[in-house]
Unconditional design. Structure first.
Length: 318
C-alpha cells in the first residue's frame, strides 16, 4: 500500500480507502460477519482510511464499522474514520446531536474527520451556522479535522470564511474515469488549498470495471437500478470504456478495477479513491491499485476513451 498525508492534518492515510455505504440495505451488506470480513480485508491490505456517514443504513454503517474495528483490535490512532452529517441536520443544535449519535454508534471518544455530507436543501441553514458548529467541535476536542462533501465551491469558500482558527482539510466529491466534473474546478481548488480530494464512486459503482448483460441490468435490486449510469443509453457507452480499461488491465496483468483506480491515483497526488466493496476479495483487489503506475500513453488512451463519452442524466421515459 502507498500512503499520503491527509490534507494539512499530518495524518498518514492509505492512498486507497474503504467506502462503507455498502453496509446498508441500499447495497445489501447488512450482516455483521460480512462487514467484519470486509473491514478485516482492508486492514490486512494496509488500508487505514474508512469512509462512513450518519445516513448510511440509518446508522448501520457506523455501527458495523465501529464494532468491526474494535473486535479486530485496531487502535484508534492507527486509523482515520471519516463520517458525515446530512444536509438536513446542519443546524447548530442538530450538528451537536448528530455527532453525539455518531460517536455512540462508532464507539469513539472523538471523530477523526467530520464532513457536511451535502448542503442544506430543504431547510434554510446559513453556512456560517454549521461552519461555526464544526469549529466548536474541533476546539472542544470531539472532532479532530473537518471538511465538506458535494458542496459547490462558492459554498466551500463561504464556509471557510466563517472559520477562525481551523481550515478545511478534506473535500469529498464524485470522481471516476467516466464522471469527471470535479476535475474541472474542485481538483485544482483542493491542490491549491492543500486539501485531500476523496473520490467517491471511484469505480462508477462498478459500471466501468465489468460488463453486465443488458438484459440483466434491470435485475439489479440495489441502489444502482436508479443510477443513470446503469440506464442503457449510458451503459452501452460505458461498455466501450470498459473494453479499453480491460485492454490496459490485461497488458499489466492487473484487473479492470485496479486500472480504473490507478488512473485516479495518477491524476493527482491529492486524490484518494474510496471504493466500496460487498466482498473481502474486492477490497484486496482494490488495494492492489496502489504500488505501481501505468504508462503515460496508457493513461492518455483511457483519458481519450472517457472524453468520448456523452453521458446524460436525463433518463426518464418519454
Ligand atoms: N459523499 C458522498 O456524497 C458519497 C456518495 C456516494 C458514495 N460515497 C462513499 O464512497 C464510497 C464508494 O462509492 P460507491 O459505493 O458509490 O461506488 P464505487 O466505489 O464506485 O462502487 C462500489 C461497487 O463496485 C463494485 N466493486 C467494488 N470493487 C470491485 C472490484 N474490484 N471489481 C468489480 N467490482 C467492484 C461493488 O459492486 P457489487 O455491489 O456488485 O459487489 C461495489 O459495491 C461509498 O461506499 C461511500 O463511502 C460518498
Amino acid at each position: 500500500m502507498e500512503y499520503t498525508t491527509l490534507g494539512g492534518t499530518g495524518l498518514r492515510v492509505s492512498r486507497i480507502g474503504l467506502g462503507t455505504w455498502q453496509f446498508s440495505e441500499d447495497w445489501g451488506v447488512t450482516s455483521y460477519e460480512r462487514a467484519k470480513a470486509i473491514v478485516e480485508a482492508a486492514v490486512e491490505s494496509g488500508i487505514n482510511l474508512f469512509d462512513t456517514a450518519f445516513r448510511y443504513g440509518q446508522g448501520l454503517s457506523e455501527r458495523l464499522l465501529g464494532r468491526a474495528l474494535r473486535e479486530l483490535g485496531v487502535g484508534y490512532d492507527d486509523i482515520v474514520v471519516v463520517t458525515k452529517i446530512p444536509g438536513e441536520l446542519l443546524s447548530r443544535d442538530d450538528v451537536f446531536r448528530a455527532v453525539d449519535v455518531s460517536l455512540r454508534r462508532l464507539g469513539f471518544g472523538a471523530i477523526h474527520v467530520l464532513l457536511a455530507h451535502w448542503p442544506p436543501l430543504w431547510r434554510h441553514i446559513p453556512v456560517c451556522e454549521y461552519a461555526r458548529a464544526f469549529e466548536r467541535l474541533v476546539v472542544m476536542g470531539k472532532v479532530h479535522y473537518i471538511g465538506l462533501s458535494d458542496h459547490p465551491l462558492e459554498l466551500v469558500e463561504a464556509f471557510r470564511s466563517c472559520l477562525s482558527r481551523i481550515d478545511v482539510d478534506v473535500l469529498q466529491y464524485k470522481l471516476n474515469l467516466a464522471e469527471r466534473e470535479a476535475e474541472r474546478d474542485v481538483l485544482p481548488y483542493a491542490e491549491d488549498l492543500g486539501a485531500s480530494l476523496m473520490a467517491w464512486s471511484p469505480l462508477a459503482k462498478g459500471a466501468i470495471v465489468r460488463s453486465v448483460e443488458p438484459e440483466r441490468l434491470r435485475e439489479l435490486r440495489d441502489y444502482r437500478r436508479l443510477d443513470p449510469l446503469y440506464h442503457p443509453v449510458n451503459y452501452s457507452q460505458l461498455m466501450k470504456l470498459y473494453e479499453e480499461v480491460k485492454r490496459v488491465a490485461d497488458k499489466y496483468g492487473k484487473t479492470p478495477a485496479q486500472v480504473a483506480l490507478n488512473w485516479l491515483l495518477m491524476l493527482s497526488d491529492v486524490v484518494i479513491p474510496i471504493p466500496g466493496a460487498t466482498r473481502p476479495e474486492q477490497v484486496r483487489e482494490n488495494a492492489g491499485a496502489a504500488g505501481w503506475r501505468m504508462s503515460w500513453s496508457d493513461w492518455r488512451a483511457l483519458d481519450e476513451a472517457s472524453r468520448r463519452l456523452r453521458l446524460t442524466y436525463v433518463v426518464q421515459e418519454e
